[in-house]
Design a protein around this ligand. Structure first.
Ligand code: NDP
Length: 245
């Protein structure tokens, strides 16, 4: 058996994408599904997007996370091999005006939510002796951003989370990595006033925002056979905006 086979995850892989009902998470879920993997997305309400299977999950609630994984594993008939912890929120305001609730609720979703999902996913991955944990951070995590002390703190902490998981579970065939997108073409960036868009674009060496598909491609790579020896890494998808992190 070659080293590649030892670290590979067999296809189709069982994939869970939190917050996969829209935005970047949906692009990631579709990329896995198009590649033939068995994908479950989490959503908080309504029905899953067409063509995808979903489970209800609120990442701020440990019982909800546990139920979602159990349901997903029952639907797929096996443990989750690839976790994409994508669910995230922001509540931007200047430091002096930021309430405790503004701060802790963002940490609770972006950081503690990712921790809850990684903890639950690790049980099945330990049994399988392989797994891929991919945490969706942001360029802002290590770059900093005025008005986003809560968001940046939550996103940079994902690096410590991934690196500690790597040290703890690396010997069990489990990798944990962070993807740090820059500005992505989403509803949020489309709604920015033209002048603000120009200012942001001026700081991006690539001179453009990324598509959600460009983030999805990197996530898929990290979940694939060629990335079996990458762990504890922070992979920027930011057109060079955060160079030097
Ligand atoms: P969206 O706001 O479009 O989607 C966020 C997703 O997270 C939704 O599916 C939302 O569910 C889900 N979510 C929020 N809170 C919870 C919760 N408590 N439990 C479960 N799910 C929850 O965000 P984007 O697609 O733009 O961003 C996705 C990720 O990428 C986030 O982590 C974000 O921080 C990060 N990112 C985004 C960038 C961008 O330019 N857009 C840049 C860098 C990083 P619901 O539909 O129910 O609200």
């Amino acid at each position: 058996m070659t080293q590649t086979q030892l670290t590979d995850t067999p296809s189709p892989r069982s994939v869970l994408v939190t917050g996969g009902n829209r935005g970047i998470g949906l692009a990631i879920a579709r990329a896995f599904a198009e590649a033939g993997d068995d994908v479950i997305i989490t959503h908080r309400s309504g029905t899953p997007p067409e063509g995808l299977r979903g489970v209800i999950c609120d990442v701020t609630d440990s019982d909800s996370v546990d139920r979602a994984f159990t349901e997903a594993e029952e639907m797929l008939g096996r443990p989750i091999e690839v976790l994409v912890a994508n669910a995230g929120i922001n509540k931007d305001t200047l430091l002096m005006r930021m309430s405790d609730e503004d701060f802790t609720s963002v940490l609770e979703t972006n950081l503690t939510g990712a921790f809850r999902c990684a903890r639950r996913a690790s049980k099945g991955m330990m049994r399988l002796r392989h797994g891929r944990i991919i945490l969706i951070s942001s360029v802002v995590g290590l770059y900093g951003s005025p008005g986003q002390t809560n968001y940046a703190a939550s996103k940079s902490a994902l690096v410590g989370l991934a690196r500690s998981i790597t040290r703890e579970l690396g010997g069990r065939g489990i990798t944990a990595n962070v993807v740090a997108p820059g500005f992505i073409e989403t509803e949020m960036t489309a709604e920015l006033p033209e002048e603000r868009q120009k200012t942001y674009l001026a700081g991006i060496p690539a001179g453009r925002f990324a598509t959600p598909g460009e983030v999805a491609g990197v996530v898929r790579f990290l979940a694939g056979p060629d990335a079996g020896y990458i762990s504890g890494a922070v992979i920027p998808v930011d057109g060079g905006l955060g160079m030097g992190h």
